[in-house]
Ligand binder design. Structure first.
Ligand SMILES: Nc1nc2c(ncn2[C@@H]2O[C@H](COP(=O)(O)OP(=O)(O)OP(=O)(O)O)[C@@H](O)[C@H]2O)c(=O)[nH]1
Ligand SMILES: [Mg+2]
Length: 334
Protein backbone atom coordinates (compact mmCIF):
# COMPACT_ATOMS: atom_id res chain seq x y z
CA UNK A 1 0.00 0.00 0.00
CA UNK A 2 1.42 3.35 -0.89
CA UNK A 3 0.14 6.60 0.54
CA UNK A 4 3.40 8.38 0.16
CA UNK A 5 5.25 9.67 -2.85
CA UNK A 6 9.01 9.59 -2.32
CA UNK A 7 12.03 10.44 -4.38
CA UNK A 8 15.74 11.03 -3.75
CA UNK A 9 17.64 13.76 -5.57
CA UNK A 10 21.14 15.20 -5.38
CA UNK A 11 21.58 18.92 -4.71
CA UNK A 12 24.78 20.81 -5.38
CA UNK A 13 25.36 24.43 -4.42
CA UNK A 14 27.78 26.57 -6.40
CA UNK A 15 31.50 26.80 -5.70
CA UNK A 16 32.86 30.17 -4.69
CA UNK A 17 35.01 31.94 -7.29
CA UNK A 18 38.73 32.35 -6.64
CA UNK A 19 40.05 35.66 -5.33
CA UNK A 20 42.53 37.34 -7.66
CA UNK A 21 46.12 38.18 -6.83
CA UNK A 22 46.99 41.06 -9.11
CA UNK A 23 49.04 44.23 -9.18
CA UNK A 24 47.96 47.44 -10.74
CA UNK A 25 50.00 48.27 -13.79
CA UNK A 26 49.65 51.73 -15.20
CA UNK A 27 51.95 53.84 -17.28
CA UNK A 28 54.08 56.15 -15.16
CA UNK A 29 53.01 54.43 -11.91
CA UNK A 30 55.90 52.17 -10.93
CA UNK A 31 54.41 50.51 -7.87
CA UNK A 32 50.73 50.15 -8.60
CA UNK A 33 49.76 48.15 -5.53
CA UNK A 34 47.46 45.14 -5.22
CA UNK A 35 44.24 45.25 -7.23
CA UNK A 36 42.95 41.63 -7.26
CA UNK A 37 39.16 41.44 -6.79
CA UNK A 38 37.17 38.91 -4.77
CA UNK A 39 35.61 35.78 -6.21
CA UNK A 40 31.82 35.72 -6.33
CA UNK A 41 29.89 33.49 -3.93
CA UNK A 42 28.44 30.26 -5.34
CA UNK A 43 24.66 30.03 -5.76
CA UNK A 44 22.47 28.55 -3.01
CA UNK A 45 19.94 25.78 -3.50
CA UNK A 46 16.41 26.44 -2.24
CA UNK A 47 13.19 24.46 -2.17
CA UNK A 48 9.96 26.37 -2.64
CA UNK A 49 6.38 25.17 -2.16
CA UNK A 50 4.06 25.64 -5.11
CA UNK A 51 0.44 24.75 -5.77
CA UNK A 52 1.27 24.05 -9.42
CA UNK A 53 2.47 20.55 -8.51
CA UNK A 54 0.63 17.90 -6.53
CA UNK A 55 2.99 14.94 -6.85
CA UNK A 56 6.72 14.29 -7.08
CA UNK A 57 6.48 12.71 -10.52
CA UNK A 58 8.64 15.35 -12.20
CA UNK A 59 11.62 14.28 -10.06
CA UNK A 60 11.59 10.76 -11.45
CA UNK A 61 13.37 11.96 -14.57
CA UNK A 62 15.93 14.48 -13.40
CA UNK A 63 17.94 13.62 -10.29
CA UNK A 64 20.69 16.24 -10.01
CA UNK A 65 19.99 19.90 -9.16
CA UNK A 66 22.90 22.28 -9.29
CA UNK A 67 23.22 26.00 -8.57
CA UNK A 68 25.78 28.04 -10.53
CA UNK A 69 29.39 28.57 -9.46
CA UNK A 70 30.64 32.04 -8.55
CA UNK A 71 33.05 33.61 -11.02
CA UNK A 72 36.66 34.33 -10.22
CA UNK A 73 37.75 37.82 -9.26
CA UNK A 74 40.05 39.70 -11.61
CA UNK A 75 42.41 42.65 -11.76
CA UNK A 76 41.40 46.28 -11.27
CA UNK A 77 39.50 45.14 -8.21
CA UNK A 78 36.83 43.47 -10.32
CA UNK A 79 34.73 41.16 -8.20
CA UNK A 80 33.55 37.91 -9.73
CA UNK A 81 29.85 37.55 -10.43
CA UNK A 82 27.81 35.68 -7.84
CA UNK A 83 26.55 32.30 -9.03
CA UNK A 84 22.78 32.18 -9.63
CA UNK A 85 20.74 30.45 -6.93
CA UNK A 86 18.66 27.45 -7.84
CA UNK A 87 15.06 27.27 -6.66
CA UNK A 88 13.52 23.81 -6.82
CA UNK A 89 9.73 23.92 -6.87
CA UNK A 90 8.02 21.16 -4.92
CA UNK A 91 4.37 20.53 -4.01
CA UNK A 92 2.98 22.07 -0.83
CA UNK A 93 3.24 19.42 1.89
CA UNK A 94 6.67 18.17 0.86
CA UNK A 95 9.14 17.26 3.58
CA UNK A 96 12.84 17.37 2.70
CA UNK A 97 15.34 15.27 4.62
CA UNK A 98 19.06 14.79 4.22
CA UNK A 99 19.32 11.21 3.04
CA UNK A 100 22.35 10.36 5.14
CA UNK A 101 21.15 11.63 8.52
CA UNK A 102 17.38 11.80 7.91
CA UNK A 103 17.51 15.30 9.42
CA UNK A 104 14.52 17.36 8.25
CA UNK A 105 15.87 20.39 6.39
CA UNK A 106 12.54 21.73 5.12
CA UNK A 107 8.89 21.08 5.91
CA UNK A 108 6.93 23.09 3.39
CA UNK A 109 3.39 23.73 4.48
CA UNK A 110 2.49 27.01 2.76
CA UNK A 111 2.46 28.14 -0.86
CA UNK A 112 5.49 30.28 -1.61
CA UNK A 113 7.46 29.14 1.45
CA UNK A 114 11.14 29.01 0.47
CA UNK A 115 13.97 27.43 2.42
CA UNK A 116 17.69 27.24 1.66
CA UNK A 117 18.93 23.66 1.84
CA UNK A 118 22.47 23.99 0.45
CA UNK A 119 24.57 27.12 0.79
CA UNK A 120 26.88 28.24 -1.98
CA UNK A 121 30.60 28.39 -1.23
CA UNK A 122 31.98 31.85 -0.41
CA UNK A 123 34.24 33.43 -2.97
CA UNK A 124 37.91 33.89 -2.06
CA UNK A 125 39.14 37.37 -1.16
CA UNK A 126 41.43 39.04 -3.67
CA UNK A 127 44.76 40.49 -2.60
CA UNK A 128 43.39 44.06 -2.69
CA UNK A 129 41.95 43.27 0.76
CA UNK A 130 45.31 42.69 2.32
CA UNK A 131 47.15 45.88 1.77
CA UNK A 132 48.45 47.31 5.04
CA UNK A 133 50.85 50.08 5.98
CA UNK A 134 53.63 47.55 6.33
CA UNK A 135 52.77 45.41 3.34
CA UNK A 136 52.00 47.52 0.31
CA UNK A 137 52.21 44.66 -2.17
CA UNK A 138 50.61 41.57 -0.65
CA UNK A 139 50.14 38.53 -2.83
CA UNK A 140 47.84 36.95 -0.32
CA UNK A 141 44.34 35.77 -1.27
CA UNK A 142 41.97 33.51 0.66
CA UNK A 143 40.83 30.23 -0.77
CA UNK A 144 37.40 30.02 -2.33
CA UNK A 145 35.04 27.61 -0.57
CA UNK A 146 33.48 24.79 -2.56
CA UNK A 147 29.71 24.32 -2.65
CA UNK A 148 27.96 21.52 -0.82
CA UNK A 149 26.75 18.30 -2.42
CA UNK A 150 24.44 15.78 -0.83
CA UNK A 151 21.34 13.72 -1.42
CA UNK A 152 17.94 14.67 -0.07
CA UNK A 153 14.78 12.61 0.20
CA UNK A 154 11.60 14.39 -0.80
CA UNK A 155 8.47 12.97 0.73
CA UNK A 156 4.88 13.94 0.07
CA UNK A 157 1.84 12.48 1.76
CA UNK A 158 -0.66 11.92 -0.97
CA UNK A 159 -4.27 12.95 -0.85
CA UNK A 160 -6.29 11.35 -3.58
CA UNK A 161 -7.77 13.62 -6.25
CA UNK A 162 -9.98 10.94 -7.75
CA UNK A 163 -11.51 7.74 -6.38
CA UNK A 164 -12.22 4.58 -8.36
CA UNK A 165 -15.54 3.28 -7.13
CA UNK A 166 -17.81 0.39 -8.03
CA UNK A 167 -19.00 -2.98 -6.88
CA UNK A 168 -16.50 -5.63 -5.81
CA UNK A 169 -14.72 -7.26 -8.76
CA UNK A 170 -15.52 -4.37 -11.13
CA UNK A 171 -11.86 -4.05 -12.14
CA UNK A 172 -10.84 -1.04 -10.02
CA UNK A 173 -7.50 -2.43 -8.88
CA UNK A 174 -6.73 -3.63 -12.39
CA UNK A 175 -7.32 -0.13 -13.76
CA UNK A 176 -5.07 1.56 -11.18
CA UNK A 177 -2.37 -1.01 -11.94
CA UNK A 178 -2.37 -0.04 -15.62
CA UNK A 179 -2.54 3.75 -15.19
CA UNK A 180 -0.04 4.11 -12.34
CA UNK A 181 2.88 2.30 -10.73
CA UNK A 182 0.61 0.93 -7.97
CA UNK A 183 0.74 -2.85 -7.62
CA UNK A 184 -2.44 -3.81 -5.81
CA UNK A 185 -3.69 -7.33 -5.34
CA UNK A 186 -6.02 -8.34 -8.16
CA UNK A 187 -8.19 -11.43 -8.05
CA UNK A 188 -11.35 -12.88 -9.41
CA UNK A 189 -13.34 -12.70 -6.20
CA UNK A 190 -15.10 -9.89 -4.34
CA UNK A 191 -13.36 -7.83 -1.63
CA UNK A 192 -9.86 -8.48 -2.86
CA UNK A 193 -8.98 -4.92 -1.92
CA UNK A 194 -9.25 -4.40 1.84
CA UNK A 195 -7.51 -1.03 2.14
CA UNK A 196 -7.28 1.77 -0.43
CA UNK A 197 -4.36 1.80 -2.86
CA UNK A 198 -3.07 5.09 -4.09
CA UNK A 199 -1.37 5.61 -7.42
CA UNK A 200 0.12 8.63 -9.11
CA UNK A 201 -1.00 9.01 -12.72
CA UNK A 202 1.24 11.00 -15.05
CA UNK A 203 -0.65 12.32 -18.04
CA UNK A 204 0.82 14.74 -20.55
CA UNK A 205 2.50 17.40 -18.40
CA UNK A 206 0.26 16.87 -15.40
CA UNK A 207 -0.15 14.31 -12.70
CA UNK A 208 -2.81 13.43 -10.18
CA UNK A 209 -3.48 10.91 -7.46
CA UNK A 210 -6.02 8.14 -7.84
CA UNK A 211 -7.37 5.97 -5.02
CA UNK A 212 -8.56 2.44 -5.63
CA UNK A 213 -10.94 1.68 -2.80
CA UNK A 214 -12.64 -1.51 -1.64
CA UNK A 215 -15.82 -2.45 -3.49
CA UNK A 216 -19.15 -0.98 -2.46
CA UNK A 217 -22.24 -3.12 -2.02
CA UNK A 218 -25.83 -2.53 -1.09
CA UNK A 219 -26.09 -1.10 2.44
CA UNK A 220 -22.41 -0.06 2.41
CA UNK A 221 -23.59 3.25 3.86
CA UNK A 222 -24.91 1.32 6.87
CA UNK A 223 -21.60 -0.47 7.27
CA UNK A 224 -22.20 -3.57 5.18
CA UNK A 225 -19.22 -5.15 3.43
CA UNK A 226 -16.21 -3.00 4.10
CA UNK A 227 -18.60 -0.20 4.71
CA UNK A 228 -18.65 3.35 5.70
CA UNK A 229 -14.97 3.77 6.42
CA UNK A 230 -14.15 4.06 2.75
CA UNK A 231 -16.96 6.41 1.89
CA UNK A 232 -15.06 8.85 4.09
CA UNK A 233 -12.08 8.54 1.76
CA UNK A 234 -14.30 9.26 -1.20
CA UNK A 235 -15.65 12.37 0.47
CA UNK A 236 -12.26 14.07 0.26
CA UNK A 237 -11.68 13.39 -3.43
CA UNK A 238 -12.73 15.82 -6.15
CA UNK A 239 -14.16 13.31 -8.63
CA UNK A 240 -15.01 9.64 -9.17
CA UNK A 241 -14.48 7.10 -11.82
CA UNK A 242 -17.38 4.69 -11.44
CA UNK A 243 -16.59 1.26 -12.87
CA UNK A 244 -19.42 -1.07 -13.78
CA UNK A 245 -18.54 -4.61 -14.85
CA UNK A 246 -21.12 -5.30 -17.53
CA UNK A 247 -19.37 -8.29 -19.07
CA UNK A 248 -21.39 -10.88 -17.19
CA UNK A 249 -24.78 -9.17 -17.36
CA UNK A 250 -27.66 -10.84 -19.14
CA UNK A 251 -29.10 -7.54 -20.29
CA UNK A 252 -28.79 -3.77 -19.98
CA UNK A 253 -31.17 -3.67 -17.02
CA UNK A 254 -28.97 -5.91 -14.95
CA UNK A 255 -25.99 -3.76 -15.92
CA UNK A 256 -27.73 -0.52 -14.99
CA UNK A 257 -28.93 -1.97 -11.72
CA UNK A 258 -25.33 -2.23 -10.47
CA UNK A 259 -24.76 1.41 -11.24
CA UNK A 260 -27.94 2.46 -9.44
CA UNK A 261 -27.07 0.36 -6.37
CA UNK A 262 -23.72 2.07 -5.89
CA UNK A 263 -25.17 5.55 -6.50
CA UNK A 264 -27.86 4.89 -3.92
CA UNK A 265 -25.21 4.10 -1.32
CA UNK A 266 -23.35 7.31 -2.09
CA UNK A 267 -26.56 9.27 -1.73
CA UNK A 268 -27.45 7.60 1.57
CA UNK A 269 -24.04 8.50 2.90
CA UNK A 270 -24.03 12.13 1.87
CA UNK A 271 -25.73 14.41 -0.64
CA UNK A 272 -22.39 16.03 -1.24
CA UNK A 273 -21.09 12.90 -2.94
CA UNK A 274 -23.82 13.16 -5.57
CA UNK A 275 -22.60 16.47 -6.90
CA UNK A 276 -19.02 15.42 -7.58
CA UNK A 277 -18.02 14.89 -11.21
CA UNK A 278 -18.38 11.23 -12.16
CA UNK A 279 -16.83 9.43 -15.11
CA UNK A 280 -18.76 6.26 -15.85
CA UNK A 281 -16.91 3.31 -17.36
CA UNK A 282 -18.32 0.00 -18.54
CA UNK A 283 -15.48 -2.41 -17.82
CA UNK A 284 -14.08 -5.67 -19.18
CA UNK A 285 -15.44 -5.01 -22.66
CA UNK A 286 -12.73 -7.19 -24.16
CA UNK A 287 -14.94 -10.07 -23.06
CA UNK A 288 -17.98 -8.78 -25.00
CA UNK A 289 -19.16 -8.37 -28.59
CA UNK A 290 -19.38 -4.88 -30.10
CA UNK A 291 -23.14 -5.31 -30.31
CA UNK A 292 -23.47 -6.02 -26.59
CA UNK A 293 -21.24 -3.10 -25.73
CA UNK A 294 -23.18 -0.62 -27.86
CA UNK A 295 -26.54 -1.77 -26.53
CA UNK A 296 -25.53 -1.28 -22.90
CA UNK A 297 -23.66 1.94 -23.57
CA UNK A 298 -26.69 3.44 -25.34
CA UNK A 299 -28.98 2.42 -22.51
CA UNK A 300 -26.75 4.10 -19.91
CA UNK A 301 -26.29 7.24 -21.99
CA UNK A 302 -30.00 7.67 -22.59
CA UNK A 303 -30.91 7.00 -18.97
CA UNK A 304 -28.30 9.37 -17.57
CA UNK A 305 -28.06 11.85 -20.43
CA UNK A 306 -24.28 11.86 -20.33
CA UNK A 307 -21.29 10.21 -21.94
CA UNK A 308 -20.46 6.69 -20.80
CA UNK A 309 -17.19 5.08 -21.73
CA UNK A 310 -16.62 1.41 -22.59
CA UNK A 311 -13.26 0.36 -21.10
CA UNK A 312 -10.86 -2.53 -21.01
CA UNK A 313 -7.82 -2.45 -18.75
CA UNK A 314 -6.74 -5.72 -20.35
CA UNK A 315 -6.75 -4.59 -24.00
CA UNK A 316 -6.07 -0.97 -23.09
CA UNK A 317 -9.08 0.28 -25.03
CA UNK A 318 -10.05 3.81 -23.96
CA UNK A 319 -7.62 3.80 -21.03
CA UNK A 320 -5.95 6.98 -22.32
CA UNK A 321 -9.33 8.64 -22.73
CA UNK A 322 -10.19 7.87 -19.11
CA UNK A 323 -6.87 9.40 -18.03
CA UNK A 324 -7.66 12.55 -20.01
CA UNK A 325 -11.21 12.73 -18.62
CA UNK A 326 -9.86 12.41 -15.08
CA UNK A 327 -7.57 15.35 -15.64
CA UNK A 328 -10.47 17.35 -17.08
CA UNK A 329 -12.66 16.50 -14.09
CA UNK A 330 -10.05 18.22 -11.91
CA UNK A 331 -10.40 21.32 -14.04
CA UNK A 332 -6.89 20.85 -15.39
CA UNK A 333 -7.37 19.21 -18.80
CA UNK A 334 -8.21 20.65 -22.20
N1 LIG B 1 -11.35 -9.54 -19.18
C1 LIG B 1 -11.07 -8.58 -18.30
N2 LIG B 1 -10.92 -8.87 -17.00
C2 LIG B 1 -10.63 -7.87 -16.14
C3 LIG B 1 -10.50 -6.52 -16.57
N3 LIG B 1 -10.25 -5.76 -15.48
C4 LIG B 1 -10.22 -6.60 -14.44
N4 LIG B 1 -10.45 -7.87 -14.82
C5 LIG B 1 -10.49 -9.07 -13.95
O1 LIG B 1 -11.56 -8.91 -13.02
C6 LIG B 1 -11.20 -9.49 -11.75
C7 LIG B 1 -11.39 -8.44 -10.65
O2 LIG B 1 -10.47 -7.41 -10.87
P1 LIG B 1 -10.00 -6.41 -9.73
O3 LIG B 1 -9.22 -5.36 -10.38
O4 LIG B 1 -9.38 -7.19 -8.61
O5 LIG B 1 -11.40 -5.85 -9.24
P2 LIG B 1 -11.72 -4.83 -8.06
O6 LIG B 1 -12.80 -3.95 -8.54
O7 LIG B 1 -10.48 -4.19 -7.59
O8 LIG B 1 -12.30 -5.82 -6.97
P3 LIG B 1 -12.40 -5.62 -5.35
O9 LIG B 1 -11.07 -5.22 -4.87
O10 LIG B 1 -12.79 -6.97 -4.88
O11 LIG B 1 -13.44 -4.60 -5.12
C8 LIG B 1 -9.79 -9.98 -11.90
O12 LIG B 1 -9.82 -11.36 -12.16
C9 LIG B 1 -9.26 -9.22 -13.09
O13 LIG B 1 -8.25 -9.91 -13.78
C10 LIG B 1 -10.66 -6.25 -17.97
O14 LIG B 1 -10.55 -5.12 -18.46
N5 LIG B 1 -10.95 -7.31 -18.78
MG1 LIG C 1 -9.60 -4.29 -5.82
Amino acid sequence: MKFIDEVTITVISGNGGEGCSGMRREKHVPLGGPDGGDGGNGGDVYVEATDKLNTLVKFRGRKVYRAKNGENGSGQQCHGKYGDDLVIEVPVGTIVRKTETQEVVADLTEIGQRIMIAEGGRGGLGNANFKTSTNQAPRKVTAAKPGEQFEVDLELKLLADIALIGMPNAGKSTLISVISAAKPKIADYPFTTLEPNLGVVAYEDSSYVVADIPGLIEDAAEGKGLGIKFLKHIERTKAFVHLVDVSWCLDEFEAFDQYVTVRAELEKYSDKLMTKPEIICLTKIDAMTEEEITKIQKFFEEALDKRVLPLSSVSGRNVDIVKALMLQSLGRGN
